[in-house]
Design a protein around this ligand. Structure first.
Ligand code: SF4
Length: 274
């Protein structure tokens, strides 16, 4: 009863449903200021292991899904599947992924016996872009327009159906754009108007080495492209292997400046950094 009254009051005052967390018990409660409490819970969770962060996320959100990019994010699927076998997983199919990545997605589906929602871009938008600018416009303009149509727009559509999502972002993936990635965020960029969308980044504090140690220790399936020198894997035309001493992000959109090497999937980081 008290919960309902406070919830209605909060909605009336802010025009937005507010979910707040009691960080002592690590349980969601309602208060009037979500940004302060997200910060509090972040400092509580920041020192926890990825599995504990995931457990917290899965126990506090029913309508939550893991975003699987077809690279090392499968570590999250492995951890989440050990907590809850009915986890929801989705993957963006831009239409430009490597054949190896498509095979890998299917291997993961079979390995864990899970459904993976494959999210695709809208046909008419892709057709219009290709008709006007060809199949490789990103080399001449920049990658934003193509990523917007093939990634951001379908992701936005899918996130409208969720209350929370889990990503494999890590601080060490990109010093230029991910150095401050928190383990929990209030994702205002993709939230439905009047709703809260919570984003969890349980691997934020892990290094690439820790991810690969986990993959080997638990025999987690991985994309076979990693055996050919690929580290960070996205779409085929925008990804290339990296050599010794190169940062993994140098294999993505290599014709652009380091600070622009984000496709917009994690725009909330760029906004908060600026
Ligand atoms: S990564 Fe490249 S091919 Fe893929 S959506 Fe972005 S610009 Fe297009």
């Amino acid at each position: 009863m008290v919960f309902d009254i406070i919830s209605r009051l909060a909605k009336n005052v802010f025009g937005r449903k507010i979910r707040i967390y009691n960080f002592r018990q690590l349980k969601p409660t309602i208060t009037m200021n979500d940004s302060i409490n997200i910060t509090d819970i972040e400092s509580e969770l920041a020192t926890k292991a990825p599995q504990q962060i995931l457990r917290y996320a899965l126990e506090n959100h029913n309508n939550i899904a893991v975003s699987f990019s077809g690279a090392e994010d499968v570590v999250l699927i492995d951890m989440a599947h050990k907590i809850r076998s009915d986890i929801k997983v989705f993957s963006l199919d831009t239409g430009r992924l490597h054949a190896e990545t498509y095979r890998f997605i299917d291997r993961v589906r079979d390995h864990y016996n899970i459904d993976i929602d494959i999210i695709m871009p809208e046909n008419d938008k892709v057709e219009a872009l290709v008709k006007e600018k060809g199949l490789f416009s990103f080399y001449k303009d920049d990658h934003k327009e193509c990523c917007g149509i093939r990634k951001i727009s379908p992701l936005r559509r899918h996130l409208l159906t969720l209350d929370a999502w889990v990503t494999g972002q890590r601080k060490d993936q990109s010093p230029g754009t991910r150095a401050n990635v928190p383990v929990i965020q209030d994702d205002k960029f993709f939230a439905k108007e009047g709703s809260v969308l919570t984003k969890f980044n349980p691997l934020s504090n892990w290094t690439s080495q820790q991810v690969w140690d986990y993959i080997r220790a638990f025999e987690v399936p991985y994309n076979e492209l990693h055996d050919s020198g690929y580290v960070s894997i996205g779409c085929e035309p925008c990804t290339r292997p990296t050599g010794p001493g190169q940062h993994e992000r140098e294999g993505r959109w290599w014709w652009e400046e380091a600070t622009k090497k984000e496709c917009g999937l994690h725009a909330v980081n760029i906004q908060s950094d600026s």
